[in-house]
Design a protein around this ligand. Structure first.
Ligand SMILES: [Zn+2]
Length: 432
């Protein structure tokens, strides 16, 4: 994504936690990189982007997405998913390995990079931990690390076998790559559709208790402590899970954790209120109010490091069915920044610097990619966010091939309006 054009993004409020910047400054871009921030004004011989009244932030980094390619190109492709990303201010995405076939070989990793050459943003493959995601035998982790996998995950499924996980931790440590763990005790969760609590009780729905997640996290942080390995916990949803991660961090365990946008904003009561709309069905399930409050506390005190989308596209023909038989997952790439801004930043639950930390700086560090900052010499991955832009969420209007959003019809204030990836304008609603 090389570009000869020189840019200056003028007059915006620049938020760059990496350099502790929150100030109105001009951002200069040359040769696909940030050439400088602030300093002597020079608007000649360059494209001038007027960001007055807007927020200028490092492009967001989503380390948990499902792009469905290869195998389910009817649901999403690397092309459509990455377009959806840049429309949401996201410039780097990590895609999970549970495609058809799964990305469990170096050829699979190379396939993703090959397809990603035509993507709208940077796409980084997360490779499978086990062959065929079966949890029985380790995949060729060394080969996949060499091919450029940025992490390993069987996401969609847990690693039930602790010995296999121990072996995976030992390998991942050698490559200094994170194991990104989907935590679920299948003996407690199989065949169940929502969070076990008051709402499921009233509805008479087969439900998953929080301990199906927190119990597995406890096992895995203790195993990581024992082996001095590094792990990342995917989509933490339960209060007890946040507590376990927090205690593990206090004990010095090398663990990071993420929460999804939907778990930060919705609960099991929303599932009921929706009339069991399958767009409210995800794994882990939306939990109770206490859990949501614990996640908010977690993002504020550092127990949770990153906010992700867990973008999981399913076409209408798969999702338009009864709650109990619908597949898990919702899309989120085009709504995550707006939702976090409108529902967490505007009410003062977090500040905008924290938003950028959680959605750009921290996630980039978890998978160790060069992103998440506006430092001089960094890739020119930039999002301009209009804090006053009002819009209404519509699955139909999205670039994603799927429409399964639980936020349909939500009226939001604040929206990414201009996205640059590697010095190229990838999305522009600013000049409209
Ligand atoms: Zn998962």
């Amino acid at each position: 994504m090389e570009n000869e054009t020189k840019f200056v993004i003028k007059g915006g409020r620049v938020i760059d936690p990496a350099n502790d910047i929150d100030e109105v400054l001009d951002v200069y871009v040359e040769d696909g990189m940030i050439s400088r921030i602030g300093g002597k004004k020079n608007y000649q011989d360059r494209a001038v982007i007027d960001a007055t009244g807007k927020l200028v932030m490092p492009g967001l980094v989503d380390i948990h997405t499902h792009l469905r390619e290869p195998g389910r190109e009817d649901a999403e492709t690397i092309q459509t998913g990455s377009l959806s990303a840049v429309r949401g201010g996201i410039t780097s995405i990590c895609c999970m390995a549970n495609t058809t076939p799964p990305v469990d070989s170096s050829a699979g990793v190379r396939f993703i990079y090959d397809r990603a050459r035509y993507a709208h943003c940077w796409v980084y493959p997360v490779a499978a931990i086990s062959k065929g995601l079966k949890g029985e035998e380790l995949a060729e982790m060394f080969d996949m690390a060499m091919a450029g996998a940025v992490g390993f995950s069987d996401d969609g499924r847990p690693l039930s076998n602790a010995q296999l996980l121990r072996n995976a931790m030992t390998y991942a440590k050698m490559f200094e790559l994170p194991l990104m763990l989907h935590e679920e005790d299948l003996t407690l969760s199989s065949g169940r559709h929502m969070h076990e609590g008051v709402a499921s009780g009233l509805a008479g729905m087969q439900a998953v208790p929080s301990v199906a997640e927190s119990g597995m996290i406890a096992r895995d942080v203790l195993l990581a402590e024992f082996l001095e390995a590094r792990i990342h916990i995917c989509h933490v949803s339960a209060k007890e899970s946040v507590d376990v991660v927090r205690v593990a961090k206090e004990r010095g365990v090398d663990v990071t954790a993420e929460a999804t946008v939907h778990h930060l904003l919705l609960t099991d009561e929303d599932v009921v209120a929706s009339g069991f709309d399958s767009n409210f069905k995800m794994n882990p399930p939306l939990r109770a109010k206490d859990d949501l409050a614990a996640l908010i506390e977690g993002i504020n005190d550092g127990a949770i490091d990153a906010i992700v989308t867990d973008h999981a596209p399913h076409p209408p023909e798969d999702k338009d069915c009864e709650f109990a038989v619908a597949p898990f997952g919702v899309i989120g790439l085009e709504t995550s920044a707006s939702l976090v801004y409108d529902k967490l930043v505007r009410p003062g639950i977090i500040d905008v610097k924290k938003m950028v930390e959680l959605m750009s700086y921290n996630p980039a560090r978890i998978v160790d990619i060069s992103a998440g900052t506006l430092s001089q010499g960094a890739n020119a991955d930039i999002a301009i966010f209009d804090p006053e832009h009002k819009w209404t969420v519509s699955g139909r209007a999205m670039a994603s091939k799927s429409r399964n959003t639980p936020f349909e019809g939500w009226e939001l204030t604040g929206k990414p309006v201009w996205t640059m990836v590697g010095g190229e304008v990838a999305f522009d609603e600013l000049s409209r």
